[in-house]
Design a binder for this molecule. Structure first.
Ligand SMILES: *Cc1c(COP(=O)(O)O)cnc(C)c1O
Length: 396
């Protein structure tokens, strides 16, 4: 009996992509094996994080790196690091951020529910810009001068959510922030692929960047990467690690935590609830290595093959494969059911109620479109997805 059957929990075919509510994606056997192996020995967790820092630095071009329990967790400790610096008193007081730099400037159109992570650390968001380009009423979003205008002596960071439509461009934002002595935190949780994005945001001046471990990287669902400036990663680490240790006996790895720079011992910090275990750290580093080794071209070809399998099973219906020509994109299948016969919502629900449960992506249902995302399909599942959609669309 499988672990899930033993618990009476149904497994599902995830044709939606690595959503947390669907438990993320499928780890490669090598990643699962690395996690199992890691679970069989104890290590000094700071020493393991220092090793992770080296691997992440090499992969991203950043000075340092760190692993926490998701991109969201990384954003929380990034925000804390920008507020406290290396001051243990401030670290102890968070999320009470009175008396310290406690604001972050954020473009209004980039607001989203994941920014709860930085607010949880004690940061207040100061929104700028009026994105009338989305309303069709105008052409603007937020402009560089508006960010500059909003920076005050209370500004701990500028928070930027990376996406193809984010404005102003990141290099402009980092130049403005740095001219005022303010760091820039980038949420790049879902910005892989393309693989170049591992390095891009750091190259564009970001001081800290967060990526999800459980999305395209194929790492453990409860893991995320923080990459960036050495002093900020040190401040983040100090607010995340278990520091139940006597100061005179505490010997942290100097490459991650330079004890000489501290006036005293920080206590358990606000990031303590974002714990990453040795299994997650090792699993994530293994996944990162495999992600880089596979490369965009091979990964895209693997995903595109699954898309073509689904599309072929749906010959005669209105079906388009998107992203087939750009190896930096995730290709998908867009299915438009005949609205006379079935709505996009009804198609999704029919497969959600069937056996096996198949979860499709309804995000484009207002256009009458249902999307198949291949990222979390296992070998053989594309055939099942195509066949089941065909059966539901045209019952015999
Ligand atoms: C997925 C996502 C997150 C959260 O990432 P986790 O690794 O699940 O914590 C944050 N921000 C954005 C934009 C995301 O897409």
């Amino acid at each position: 009996m499988t672990v899930y059957a033993g618990l009476g929990v149904r497994t599902l075919i995830n044709a939606k992509g690595p959503a947390t509510r669907l438990s993320g994606g499928i780890m490669r056997p090598e990643v699962a094996a690395a996690m199992a192996e890691a679970s069989q020995a104890c290590v000094d967790i700071a020493e393991l994080q220092a090793a992770a820092s080296r691997v992440i630095a090499e992969a991203t071009g950043a000075e340092a790196g760190y692993v926490a329990s998701g991109a969201s967790a990384c954003l929380l400790i990034a925000a804390a690091a920008c507020m406290t610096g290396l001051d243990p008193g401030r670290m102890a007081r968070l999320p009470d951020a009175r008396g310290m730099k406690n604001q972050c400037v954020m473009v209004r159109s980039q607001r989203n529910f994941y920014d709860h992570a930085i607010r949880a650390a004690g940061l207040q968001i100061v929104e700028v810009g009026l994105p009338d380009r989305y309303a069709g009423a105008g052409v603007r979003d937020a402009e560089g001068w508006e960010i500059d205008d909003a920076i005050t002596e209370m500004t701990a960071a500028v928070f930027y959510v990376a996406d193809s439509q984010s404005r102003p461009p990141l290099p402009e934002v980092t130049a403005i922030a740095h001219a005022r002595g303010v760091p820039v935190i980038v949420d790049a949780a879902a910005q892989l692929p393309p693989q170049d994005n591992l390095r891009r945001f750091i190259a564009e001046g970001a001081d800290l960047v967060a990526f999800s471990g459980g999305k395209a990287l194929g790492g453990p669902q409860a893991s995320g990467i923080l990459a960036g400036r050495r002093d900020l990663v040190m401040a983040a680490a100090l607010q995340h690690l278990d520091l139940d240790v006597f100061w005179d006996m505490w010997e942290p790895p100097a490459s991650l935590i330079d004890k000489q720079r501290l006036k005293g011992a920080p206590q358990h910090g606000i990031g303590r609830s974002c714990k990453a275990g040795k299994e997650e750290i090792v699993g994530l580093l293994t996944a990162l290595r495999l992600f880089i080794a596979e490369g965009d071209t091979a990964r895209h070809a693997r995903w595109l093959k699954d898309c073509e399998t689904v599309a072929a099973a749906l010959a005669g219906h209105l079906v388009t494969v998107t992203g087939g020509n750009d190896v930096g994109l995730v290709p998908t299948v867009e299915i438009t059911p005949d609205p006379e016969r079935m709505s996009a919502t009804a198609l999704c629900l029919a497969l959600q109620h069937a056996d096996p449960v198949i979860v499709l992506d309804p995000a484009a249902r207002e256009r009458g479109v249902v999307t198949v995302n291949p990222m979390c399909l296992k070998p053989g599942e594309a055939e099942i997805v195509g066949r089941r959609i065909a059966e539901v669309l045209a019952p015999r």
